[in-house]
Design a binder for this molecule. Structure first.
Ligand code: UD1
Length: 359
């Protein structure tokens, strides 16, 4: 008899990283229902990903939208619980560390539905990040903890969690390698932006710690502008809605060496990532994708929950708003030999996850 897995998601990285599991599940007789919280709702952060990744539309959508975090999480718990009550899945799967993950996990645990947490055991030890509490709490109440590498397994052990841990890799690798081929065939973003033959850097930035304080945002944009001018590098900057709003509110201008765009779909972003000289980011998933696609990365944060990328050298941290410091980080990364080993698994993470859940 087939088993029923409800996948609760709400933001673009969750769609990208759950897609391989959603597509793999039927091969092991697992029936998947997607429950969408509505945390992301704009077409460019949501609908386009379902289309491009060829993922079925959600079976239930609770349309929570943007609110202060505690209100958003509260609404999600209530509405997702109503859906779970009718749906009665055998298990629930959540991925990563967003508010949708915490809400989905809390709704499920209170109804006695076992939880699988994909990307378990990641820690930044930075409790000013909203994601840190989400990660720790979701891990604590999950039955299956799917860790990308042994580092997270060790961390969970230190926290007293010893059962149900599986080291499986990260589905970010499955997705990046699979869809990068499709992106080369289908995306013409480099041509549309007029940078097909030119070297360019790619910047993404949306963390509250970088964008919510107008002074910090101004300083970091200025330093990145100066650094890219000195290095003669055009910087493509797909602007997240949170960042766009912060730039507008503070009446800031993006530097002249930047080419700002709307948020991009997955195929366009993968195409740009694959051909960039360098990636500058504060995203977690992009650190993994850069490592997988063998593009050097500078992470604009003081810490990372992906220390494997630092160990293999694909990534360095640079939290500075000093153009000299940024220039040095960028130059040393650009010169790196791009031959590091990928620490995040074998491109078969979804197969491992689905096999474990099926058994
Ligand atoms: C959320 C996740 C973050 C993840 C990111 C990926 C949390 C705490 N944060 O951050 O971990 O890396 O998604 O993008 O869960 N907005 C829109 N359209 C949308 C959604 C949001 O315009 O579809 C705007 C709203 O103004 C909203 C702001 O973006 O207030 C921030 O959205 P939110 O989902 O709260 O956080 P993200 O910054 O996207």
């Amino acid at each position: 008899m087939s088993k029923h897995l409800a996948i609760i998601l709400g933001t673009r990285p969750e769609i990208i990283k759950c897609a391989p599991v959603i597509l793999q599940a039927p091969k092991q007789h697992i029936d998947v229902s997607i429950i969408h919280t509505g945390q992301h709702y704009s077409r460019e952060l949501d609908g386009i990903f379902f289309q491009e990744l060829n993922v079925p539309e959600p079976r239930a959508h609770v349309h929570v939208g943007s609110h202060a975090a505690s209100i958003q999480i509260g609404l999600m718990i209530q509405r997702v619980a109503d859906v779970l009550d009718t749906m009665r899945p055998d298990a629930v799967l959540v991925q990563g560390d967003t508010n949708s993950v915490l809400a989905g996990a809390l709704a499920a645990t209170k109804m006695g539905i076992p939880i699988a947490h994909l990307e378990a055991g990641l820690r930044s030890d930075d409790w000013s990040m909203p994601e840190e509490a989400n990660r720790v709490l979701a891990d604590r109440i999950s039955r299956w903890l799917f860790c990308p590498t042994t580092l997270q397994k060790e961390r969970l052990h230190q926290e007293g969690i010893t059962n149900g841990i599986y080291v499986v890799g990260n589905t970010a690798v499955d997705s990046a390698l699979h869809y990068a081929k499709i992106a080369y065939e289908k995306s013409d973003i480099a041509e549309r932006l007029g940078i097909a033959e030119k070297p360019f850097g790619l910047l993404t930035m949306h963390r509250p710690s970088n964008v919510d304080d107008p002074q910090r945002l101004q300083d970091i944009l200025r330093a990145l502008g100066q650094a890219s001018d000195r290095l003669g590098l055009t910087v493509i900057f797909p602007i997240h809605p949170r960042t766009a709003r912060a730039i507008d509110r503070a009446h800031l201008k993006i530097p002249s060496s930047f080419l700002g765009t709307e948020p991009l779909g997955y195929l366009d972003l993968l195409r740009l990532q694959s051909s960039a000289e360098l990636i500058l980011t504060d995203s977690g998933g992009i650190q993994e994708e850069a490592c997988t696609l063998r593009i050097p990365c500078v992470t604009l944060r003081p810490n990372t929950e992906r220390p494997e990328t630092l160990e293999v050298g694909s990534n360095v941290l640079c939290d500075s708003t000093d153009a000299d410091v940024l220039c040095r980080a960028i130059e040393s990364q650009i010169k790196k030999e791009r031959n590091w080993a990928n620490p995040f698994g074998d491109w078969k993470t979804a197969e491992h996850v689905v096999r474990i859940l099926a058994n």
